[in-house]
Design a protein around this ligand. Structure first.
Ligand SMILES: Cc1cc2nc3c(=O)[nH]c(=O)nc-3n(C[C@H](O)[C@H](O)[C@H](O)COP(=O)(O)OP(=O)(O)OC[C@H]3O[C@@H](n4cnc5c(N)ncnc54)[C@H](O)[C@@H]3O)c2cc1C
Length: 369
């Protein structure tokens, strides 16, 4: 069992039944679960799983709920990690290796690392959710992914009932992908170990408008070189200007993946739409910006109420139920707008959009497209 010396306890009762998860998912969907088990420490993991097995309840791990679309009712035991703590494992003049418990808030971790002079995570600032969920889809933004700083992950392997520490290679990271996503429902991550750098010049700002913004911040502070703090501040400002805050307008970030199409198909599209946005990913393939496809089809701010694309970032589906004084939105409402957008985009460009968030069935399993 992993070392839990830094665990902070909460006053939340560990087990509750018939829990409304509306406030536990950033899309604010009403979803009631049979049982919710708040995991205060690693020992709770085995206790909760034994209880679920005895009650023949499937399990679902729910952390910050910022990448899930939940059903109306979950006939399952929902495991909510609440174990917290950050520990320095080793430190030298160049690096610091830290161990972070699953329920630490990701963005707060990024900010506190940069403030301490530990660099490498700054490009991933303002991504919602908890640390334990971050390796699941290998969170990424502005040219960096968590795998760039990840040493290992401690997780409970549910089928074999074994604790395991997986090296970065064993995590099988890919673009928004990992072994934890591939083998969904089989792992419960409790601890993530990261290596951070003390050399500020390792910072990566060479992506989009971040560099320009960071340079403006450095110049305003009479510095010639940008530092990781500038990069983080630039990214926070850029993200805040484009992405809706789930607390103000419920959403789960990018709803559609950027499709990868053949470069031949992309060039054909470019003849018709010269400003189409694409990035070459291989000699024959181009990744196309799903947000551009939706926006260019005139679908910004559109959809089937109460679920509409965001009026500043068409890639994000937003829940307007509270604003429209509709009691609550459901998975079916999301599906209606998802299908509408997919149909419109397909009929215009012949490209099928795929959703990014994890779609949960009523037994806690994941439903693919
Ligand atoms: C406004 C907004 C912006 C976003 N921007 C980005 C972005 O730039 N880049 C990006 O990559 N993502 C982004 N996301 C998506 C999301 O924030 C990330 O995927 C995040 O890591 C999800 O964390 P969570 O704690 O909310 O996980 P949850 O939504 O609770 O869970 C996500 C999945 O991980 C599983 N899971 C959760 N915790 C664990 C655990 N401890 N062990 C095993 N499995 C677990 C769940 O079962 C589920 O399948 C954004 C979301 C929002 C709302």
């Amino acid at each position: 069992m992993p070392n839990m010396t830094t665990v902070k306890t909460t006053t939340q009762p560990s087990i509750q039944t018939e829990v409304d998860l509306s406030t536990y998912n950033t899309m604010a969907l009403r979803s009631v679960c049979h049982t919710a088990y708040f995991l205060q420490n690693a020992a709770d993991v085995q206790v909760a799983l034994a209880m679920a097995e005895a009650q023949q309840l499937p399990v679902l791990v729910l952390s910050g709920g910022s990448n899930v679309i939940l059903p109306d009712y979950l006939q399952a035991m929902v495991l909510l990690p609440r174990m917290r703590g950050i520990e320095v494992i080793t430190e030298d003049a160049h690096h610091v290796d830290i161990s972070v418990m699953a329920a630490e808030n990701w963005h707060e971790l990024v900010v506190s690392c940069v403030q301490k002079g530990w660099y490498g995570l700054e490009n991933l600032a303002l991504i919602p959710g908890m640390v334990g969920a971050a390796p699941v889809q290998n969170i990424g933004a502005y040219g960096r992914q968590i795998e760039d700083n990840l040493l290992s992950v401690t997780a409970y392997h549910i089928p074999s009932k074994q604790w395991q520490t997986l090296s970065r290679a064993q995590c099988e990271f890919g673009y928004r992908d990992s072994i934890f996503k591939q083998q969904t429902g089989q792992w419960l991550i409790t601890q993530v170990n990261l290596r951070l750098h003390k050399d500020a010049s390792i910072t990566h700002a060479g992506y989009g408008d971040v560099k320009q913004y960071a340079e403006t911040l450095a110049a305003a502070a009479n510095r010639e070189q940008i530092n990781p703090g500038d990069v983080m501040a630039a990214i926070i400002a850029i993200r805040q200007s484009k992405l809706p805050d789930p607390k103000q307008l419920p959403n789960c970030g990018s709803f559609f993946k950027n499709p990868i199409i053949s470069t031949a198909q992309f060039e054909k599209l470019q003849q018709q739409y010269p400003d189409v946005v694409g990035y070459v990913v291989s000699p024959t393939q181009t990744k196309i910006a799903a947000g551009w496809l939706i926006d260019n089809a005139g679908l910004k701010g559109q959809g089937i109420p109460p679920i509409l694309t965001h009026d500043k970032q068409a890639l994000v589906l937003t829940n307007h139920a509270p604003r429209l004084e509709i009691k609550h939105a459901s998975q079916q409402d999301i599906l209606a707008t998802q299908s509408y957008i997919q149909q419109q985009v397909f009929s215009r460009y012949g490209i099928t959009l795929q959703r990014e968030p994890v779609w949960i069935a009523s037994d806690g399993s994941v439903i693919e497209q």
